[in-house]
Design a protein around this ligand. Structure first.
Ligand SMILES: Nc1ncnc2c1ncn2[C@@H]1O[C@H](COP(=O)(O)OP(=O)(O)O)[C@@H](O)[C@H]1O
Ligand SMILES: [Mg+2]
Length: 253
C-alpha cells in the first residue's frame, strides 16, 4: 500500500527544514515508523537538522550514470540500484534519502526513470513519507517525488509572508496539488499574530519563535537536539497529531 506523503513548501528561511526535522522526531517517537524522510531541496540540509551524515544524493548518482563511470562487468541497472541503497541513510525509526539537483547537462530521462522507479519501490515499506522542499517544489513538479497527500505551506506571521503563501498555493495547484490538500503552518509566531480569518488558506498550526532553535543553530547542533518540552517541540507535537487526523488512520499505530 502506498504510504501517505506529507510535504512542506514555503519561501526560503521560513522554517521548512526545522519543522520537517522536528516532525520526523515527533512521528518516530509517536510510533509512526519506519518513516522515510526525503530531502527534495537541491541544497540538501535536512541531514544536518537531523544530525546524520549524508554520503550521497540521488542527483550525483544520475551524474555517475550519465558519465558512465560504471565498473566493467556491472550492469547499469545493478550499479545504480547498489548506489541507491548506499545513498539511503538508516537511522532508528526512519531512513533518509536526498534527491540532490533535479537536472544538469545532458539527457537524464533514463536515469530519472530509474530513480523514480527505485524510489517508488522503496517507499512501499514505510508508514509515512515526510518531504522537505525548496520553494519551487521542482522534484514534485517533475514527478521524481510523489504528489503529497498534505502540503504544509510554511510562512512567517506577517502580511507579506501570508501573501507569499497564497502564491505558493497557486504554484502547488499548477503542479496538481489540490487546494484541499494544502494547509498553512505559521512559524516564528510571537504572542500576537493576525486573526485566523486573515490567512486565506486554512491555518493548521501556529508555531512559536523558540530561542532553543536559534541556540542550536548558533552552536552548530542538530535541530533535533532541542528539548522535547521546548515551546516549538510541544507545538510540533500538536501539529503532528493534526496531520495524522487529516491524512487518515493509515499512518497511525
Ligand atoms: N520557530 C523558530 N524559532 C526560532 N528560529 C527558527 C524557527 N524556525 C526556524 N528558525 C530559524 O530560521 C532559519 C531558517 O530555518 P530553516 O528551517 O532552515 O528554513 P527553510 O528550510 O525554510 O529555508 C534557521 O536559522 C532556523 O534556525
Ligand atoms: Mg530548508
Amino acid at each position: 500500500m502506498k504510504p501517505p506523503v506529507v510535504a512542506v513548501a514555503g519561501k526560503g528561511g521560513t522554517g521548512k527544514t526545522t519543522i520537517t526535522a522536528l516532525l520526523i522526531r515527533t512521528f518516530v517517537a509517536m510510533g509512526v515508523r519506519p518513516l522515510l524522510a526525503v530531502d527534495a531541496d537541491p541544497n540538501a540540509n535536512l541531514h544536518e537538522a537531523l544530525g546524520v551524515v549524508l554520503r550521497d544524493t540521488l542527483g550525483s548518482l544520475r551524474e555517475i550514470e550519465i558519465s558512465r563511470q560504471i565498473p566493467p562487468g556491472v550492469s547499469r541497472i545493478d550499479y545504480i540500484r547498489l548506489r541507491f541503497r548506499q545513498a539511503l541513510v538508516e537511522e532508528a525509526g526512519y531512513d533518509l534519502i536526498a534527491m540532490g539537483r533535479p537536472e544538469g547537462r545532458g539527457c537524464y530521462c533514463y536515469a530519472n526513470d530509474l530513480l523514480t522507479t527505485s524510489l517508488q519501490n522503496l517507499t512501499q515499506d514505510y508508514r509515512l513519507i515526510q518531504v522537505d522542499n525548496e520553494a519551487g517544489m521542482e522534484h514534485i513538479a517533475r514527478g521524481t517525488v510523489a504528489l503529497p497527500d498534505l502540503l504544509l505551506i510554511v510562512t512567517d506571521p506577517g502580511v507579506r509572508g501570508v501573501r507569499t503563501a497564497a502564491r505558493i498555493q497557486e504554484t502547488a495547484s499548477e503542479i496538481g496539488i489540490l487546494r484541499t490538500r494544502c494547509a498553512l503552518v505559521v512559524n516564528c509566531c510571537g504572542p500576537a499574530h493576525p486573526p485566523l480569518s486573515s490567512y486565506g488558506l486554512r491555518p493548521l498550526a501556529f508555531l512559536p519563535y523558540d530561542p532553543a532553535v536559534e541556540k542550536a543553530d548558533l552552536d552548530g547542533r542538530p535541530i533535533v537536539s532541542i528539548p522535547i518540552n521546548s515551546p516549538i517541540s510541544v507545538a510540533v507535537a500538536g501539529l503532528a497529531s493534526e496531520i495524522l487526523s487529516l491524512i487518515g488512520d493509515g499512518a497511525k499505530v
